[in-house]
Every structure is written in C-alpha cells, then in structure tokens.
Ligand binder design. Structure first.
Ligand code: SAH
Ligand code: SF4
Ligand code: F3S
Length: 487
C-alpha cells in the first residue's frame, strides 16, 4: 500500500472530540480516523478482522479508482477478502455499454443474498453507472439492501461516506454533477506491487456522439505535473518499475493548466525518474496524437513500443457522425507514420460496429483500414445505444441481427491480420516484465513485452516483478512461449 505520510499524519492527529474540519484533505483524514475507530470496535466485538472486497468493472481509470477505494478501506482497518462474501462490498461500475450495466445488476442481485447471511454487511455501488439518475432510481427501488451510492466526482470523499455508512442504517446517496477539485494524498492499495496506473487527466471533452463517458466523468481536468511526478517518484521508491499514464485523451494533457506542460513533456519527465523502467499510456486520440509524442516514444527507450489508437470506424461518413474529427486517410497516414518512426511498435485499436446508419459499404472501409494498418490486436464492440448521447437520438438505428452480422465480418478481418503480426518477432530476444504465475500451468510465468504482447516462460514466482531478457521461441498467434536468457 502506498501510504502518503503527510495524510497518515493528519489521520493520526485528527481530534475526534472536535467537529470534522472543513478543509481538504484534513476533513477526509478526520473521517478516516473515525472509520478506524468503528472498524476496530466491531472487529473486537466479532473476534476477527472485518473484511472488504471491491469488484471493478470497466476501464483502467476505474481500476485505478478501485485501488484508491481499497487503499482507504485497508487504512480504515479492513482486510481484503477473496470473494464478495465480505463485510464491506463495493461495486465500482462502468456504463460504457449496456451489457456492462446488466452485469452489475446481476451481481448486485446475488450480493443481496449474501447480505442475508452476513450480519452487518454493507454494500456500496459507485462509479460511472450511478452518475445516471435512472440507475440510481432503479437501485433505490429494486435493490433496497444497498447501503451507499456515490459517484465519480466525489470519490475523494469516500472516508466520509464510509464512516456515515458504518454509523447509520438506510441508504447513503451522494452523487455530484461535476468535480469541484482534485484532492491528492489519499492512500492507495496497488493490485500489483511492481506496476501502477497514474491518472494524468480526468474526464473528457470530446463528446464522440455514441459515448457516455463525458456525461459520467465530466469535463477534462489535468493534474498538476508536479503532483504526477511526485506520485511516480513515490511509486518508484515503493518498487514500481512500470507506470501507465491514464486519461481518456492523454494528448490533450496540460491544455487546461496555467503552466506550459504538454503530454510529450510529461512523458519525458516521467522517464527520467530513477527506478522506472517502462512507461505506458492510455488512451491517445488520433485527432491530436502529435509528432512530438511520436518523437518522445521513438527517442525514449523506456516508453513502451505500443500505441493503442482507437479507430472506431473506417468510414468517413460514420466518423463524421461519430464526431471523431479525423478521416479514414488521416488515420491511416498517422498509423503508418507511427510504424515508420517507431520500429517494432505494435498498434492496437477499438472498433465499434453497428453505429446508426452504418451499412456494408462502411464496414468495407473499416476492413480496408484493418488490412492497410495491420493492427496487432483490436477490440471490436457492437454499438450500444446510450441514453442522453446524440447517437441515441439518430433515427437510423441498426437492427440487432444486422449489427451482429457486420460485427462478424469485422472480427474475421481483425483475426486474419492480427494473427500473422506477432510471428515476425519469433527468435528475437526482448525485454519482458514478469507479471504473474501462468493461470493454466503454474510451472510458467507470464511476462509482458514492451509491445504489450505476452510471453510464457518456465520459471517460478520469485521472478515476478523482474524485467527479464527473454528469447521468443514459439509464436502461438497472439502470444509466445519463450526462455529467459538473462535479467
Ligand atoms: N477514451 C477512449 C475510450 C473510452 S471507452 C477513446 O477515446 O478511445 C472505450 C471504448 O469503448 C471506445 O474506444 C469505444 O470503442 C467503446 N465504446 C464507447 N462507447 C460505446 C458505445 N456506445 N457502444 C459500443 N462501444 C462503445
Ligand atoms: Fe468517449 Fe470519445 Fe471521450 Fe473517448 S474521446 S472517452 S470515446 S467521448
Ligand atoms: Fe466505463 Fe467509466 Fe471507464 S463508463 S469505460 S468505467 S470511464
């Protein structure tokens, strides 16, 4: 767990006999101290440690938020449980597509049953889904056993909600329409000791016409470079070797700050931190991926040879209606420039199929881009109508069966091009970060190459977190089997 010493000091100094301070982060420190007292009392009464569990849906941004939530719960005295059968259960939700919503409701239903058999159990729902009123109303009506609902903009107040929820019966609900500030310094618990995400921006200003993110995450806000660098330094001192810089559109980093710091500047600065061996970023928007970022990646060995460049569609007509603000040819030019400038780079993408008005001619264009760029991997999604977005109101929604048929066409093209891409690296020796014991065969360790591909090597858990030199012996489509030849 990364403990921010200044914040921990505030928690230790909190005077619970006086009212909670109004200023942040002292206020949250006060509530954390109070939550600690309650948790301690209950643990003593129960004769065991209280447990917590955070279930995460959605993107890397949500995964990072979950680390903050777990950090606070652990700091309050909870121990992490291996399943959802825990004393404090949190669902950190995503609403980017309808099936994400449905998954959460399904799981929530099951959690209600768990609660019946566990006295004092508390269930919280947070994240993007509850930024939408209709979802909150549905929880209030049909999932009345939920104890706490809080949104994306006020996550930093979790200590306050936690203590309110532990002290009261009934549902605590606090959702804000927009963020009032960025509060630094709260504790986080990393999922992996050796790698971490770091937020550089929150929110999004792009309003792609299909996308709910700007509505549930608000306008774009950049963190101060000094805060980001300080966090990365702290992470490095704590054993982190790989950092992923996170934002919905990392290229626009810094545009809202009063000092001049571009995304390329930030990348270069993060690379200078001792102990950091690899830097990734997610996600650049093709409309503003500038040459200075390409140069920064090219010239800086530490930056991963991987660019995730969401295409969404290859049809100019659809791109325009999606409000993506680039054309098919502009995208292809950019992708090919990246390939030219950065040897061995892998380019991956996201594609949406079945956007309103889309037909087989548009799909032909998308497939043409897939073939000309030769993506190393692509996530293909069936368009999902999100209430409140401009695309939801477009009259020419595509029938489900059509969407599925077009989806299969794109998927086949993606699989065909991606399949051969990895093979070109067979026989090479490359650096790979050992991440975990192979899930299927514990005699192997799974490691990640700079280009984001996986390689499985014979080994043991002592290797986890180390940067290894690996020979890529055998390509199995999207991944490799290899041998460690050095550290
Ligand atoms: N900010 C990132 C992506 C965020 S959402 C970007 O601009 O690329 C992740 C992916 O979900 C998107 O790239 C898109 O492909 C997909 N997505 C977003 N809204 C969707 C919708 N309504 N239906 C289907 N897929 C969607
Ligand atoms: Fe959504 Fe577009 Fe913003 Fe990405 S850039 S989060 S797809 S609105
Ligand atoms: Fe989902 Fe929210 Fe991320 S909607 S994709 S978790 S920003």
């Amino acid at each position: 767990m990364t403990v921010n010493e200044t914040f921990e000091q505030l928690v230790l100094e909190a005077d619970l006999n006086s009212p909670a301070p109004e200023v942040e982060p002292a206020r949250q420190a006060w509530f954390l101290a109070r939550a600690r007292e309650i948790v301690q009392r209950r643990s003593q009464a129960a004769g065991r440690k209280l447990t917590c569990r955070v279930e995460t849906f959605g993107c890397q941004m949500n995964a990072r938020d979950s680390e903050k939530i777990i950090g606070i719960l652990r700091s309050a005295g909870f121990e992490e449980a291996a399943s959802e059968d825990a004393d404090f259960l949190v669902y950190n939700t995503c609403t980017v597509r309808d099936n994400a919503d449905q998954r959460v409701f399904g799981r929530l239903g099951r959690a209600g049953h768990l609660k019946k058999n566990r006295e004092g159990m508390k269930i919280a729902v947070c994240g993007c889904m509850v930024q939408e009123k209709t979802n909150v109303e549905k929880i209030q009506k049909s999932y009345r056993f939920v104890d706490l609902i809080f949104g994306t903009h006020n996550l930093y107040r979790f200590p306050e909600y936690l203590s309110a929820c532990l002290e009261s019966e009934g549902m605590v609900i606090e959702i804000w329409d927009r963020a009032d500030r960025i509060v630094e310094a709260l504790p986080t618990a990393r999922k992996y000791p050796f790698k971490s995400g770091t937020n550089i921006t929150f929110g999004c200003n792009n309003f792609c016409s299909y996308c709910i993110v700007p509505y549930v995450r608000g306008r774009e806000r950049s963190r101060q470079p000094v805060e980001i660098l300080r966090e990365c330094e702290r992470l490095a001192a704590d054993g982190v070797v790989e950092i992923m810089l996170l934002g919905q559109n990392v290229n626009s980093y810094g545009k809202d700050l009063d000092i001049s710091c571009t995304f390329a500047d930030l990348l270069t600065e993060v690379c200078k931190i001792e102990g950091i061996r690899r830097v990734r970023f997610m996600t650049p928007h093709p409309k503003d991926l500038s040459d200075d970022v390409i140069r920064a990646v090219r010239d800086n060995e530490k930056i991963a040879r991987h660019i995730h460049l969401p295409l969404q569609s290859g049809s100019d007509r659809i791109l325009k209606r999606m409000n993506r603000r680039y054309t098919k040819e502009q995208y292809i030019d950019l992708a090919l420039k990246i390939r030219r400038e950065i040897p061995d780079v892998s380019i991956t993408t996201d594609i949406i199929v079945g956007f309103p008005g889309e037909n087989d001619d548009d799909i032909d264009d998308t497939i043409d881009v897939v073939r000309r760029v030769g993506f190393d991997n692509a996530f293909t999604f069936i368009y999902s109508k999100r209430a409140g977005t401009p695309a939801a109101k477009m009259p020419d929604q595509v029938p489900e069966a059509e969407k599925n048929r077009m989806f299969n066409r794109v998927l086949a093209a993606v699989q065909e091009t991606a399949h051969g891409r990895a093979d070109r690296l067979t026989g090479r020796i490359m650096e790979a970060l050992a991440e975990e014991v192979n899930v299927k065969d514990s005699r192997y360790i799974t490691a990640r190459l700079s280009n984001n591909m996986l390689v499985h090597v014979p080994g043991d858990p002592s290797m986890i977190g180390k940067m290894l030199q690996v020979r890529l012996d055998e390509c199995r489509g999207f991944y490799f089997f290899g041998t460690v030849v050095g550290e």
